[in-house]
Design a protein around this ligand. Structure first.
Ligand code: ADP
Ligand code: ADP
Length: 225
C-alpha cells in the first residue's frame, strides 16, 4: 500500500507555476528522495505534503486518506528541518517528549517511546542535558528522535543536513541510513546533494522547473545519459 500519494499536484504563486503536475506514490516503508537544483520546487512540494502550503490543484493522500484540507498536525507526518529548532530551555528528554505531551499521550507511554528512540539513536546518556550541552550531531539526532517518537505514517525531511560541515554531514547521512534500515518509515527527503540522494534513496524523483524529469532507483537515474 502506498503511504503518501501525490496525484497531479500543482502549485501557482500568482502567475508563477512552481509545480506543474507531479504524480508519485511513495510506497509503505520507501525512502523517496526529491532531488533537483535550487528553485525547482522541491520544498514547495514537501511543504504541500506537510500542509504548510496550500495546493492549487490535485490531491495528496497519506495512509489512504486525502489530506488536502487537513491542518499539518492532523496529517500523521513528522518533519525534520535543517535548523533543528530544539527548545533551548528544555532537556533532551523534554524536547523529544513535547510533541507527545501536547497530544495528550499518557506519561508512561511517553517515557517508553522516548527511551526506545533514545536507545536507537544512542542518546540515552544525554536525556537530562540541554541542547547547548550537545554536539551538532547529537542535536540533529535529538531532532530525529522528536520525529520518531511520534510514530508517524511518514517522515518529511527538508534538507536536514545542509547546514552541517562536511564531516558531520557524512556522519549524519550514515546515521539516517542506519535508522531507515532499522525502522523502514515511509520518507520523503528533499536535497540538492547527489551523494545524499544516491546513498539514501530507494527511489529518486528528479525535479526540474516544477516537473518530474525522472523517477527511478539511484542506478536507473545515474545510468541514464
Ligand atoms: P527548491 O526547494 O527546489 O529550492 P522552492 O520550492 O523553494 O524550490 O521554489 C520553487 C519556485 O517557487 C521558485 O521559483 C520560488 O521562487 C517560487 N516560490 C517558492 N515559494 C514562493 C512564495 N511563497 N511566493 C512566491 N514564489 C515562491
Ligand atoms: P530554501 O531554498 O531553503 O527552501 P527559500 O529561500 O527558497 O529557502 O525559501 C524560504 C521561504 O521563502 C519559503 O517559505 C518560501 O516559500 C519563500 N519563498 C521562496 N521564494 C519566494 C519568492 N520568490 N517570493 C516569496 N517567497 C518566497
Amino acid at each position: 500500500m502506498a503511504t503518501v500519494e501525490i496525484r497531479d499536484v500543482r502549485k501557482s504563486y500568482g502567475p508563477v507555476e512552481a509545480i506543474k503536475g507531479i504524480d508519485i506514490a511513495i510506497r509503505d516503508g520507501e525512502f523517496l528522495v526529491l532531488l533537483g537544483p535550487s528553485g525547482c520546487g522541491k520544498s514547495t512540494l514537501l511543504r504541500m505534503v506537510a500542509g504548510l502550503e496550500g495546493i492549487t490543484g490535485g490531491e495528496i493522500a497519506i495512509g489512504g486518506r486525502v489530506v488536502n484540507h487537513l491542518e499539518p498536525k492532523d496529517r500523521d507526518i513528522a518533519m525534520v528541518f535543517q535548523n533543528y529548532a530544539l527548545y533551548p530551555h528544555m532537556t533532551v528528554f523534554d524536547n523529544m517528549a513535547y510533541g507527545l505531551k501536547i497530544r495528550g499521550i499518557p506519561k508512561t507511554e511517553i517515557r517508553a517511546r522516548v527511551d526506545k528512540a533514545a536507545e536507537i539513536l544512542e542518546l540515552g546518556r544525554f536525556l537530562e542535558r540541554r541542547p547547548s550541552q550537545l554536539s551538532g550531531g547529537q542535536r540533529q539526532r535529538v531532532a530525529m528522535g522528536r520525529a520518531i517518537v511520534r510514530e508517524p505514517a511518514a517522515f518529511l525531511f527538508d534538507e536536514p543536513l545542509s547546514n552541517l560541515d562536511a564531516k558531520l554531514r557524512t556522519q549524519m547521512r550514515v546515521e539516517i541510513k542506519r535508522l531507515q534500515d532499522r525502522l523502514r518509515i515511509t520518507s520523503l527527503y528533499v536535497t540538492h546533494d547527489q551523494v545524499e540522494a544516491m546513498t539514501l534513496a530507494d527511489r529518486i524523483l528528479v525535479m526540474n522547473h516544477g516537473v518530474a524529469e525522472q523517477i527511478g532507483t539511484p542506478l536507473e537515474v545515474y545510468q541514464r545519459p
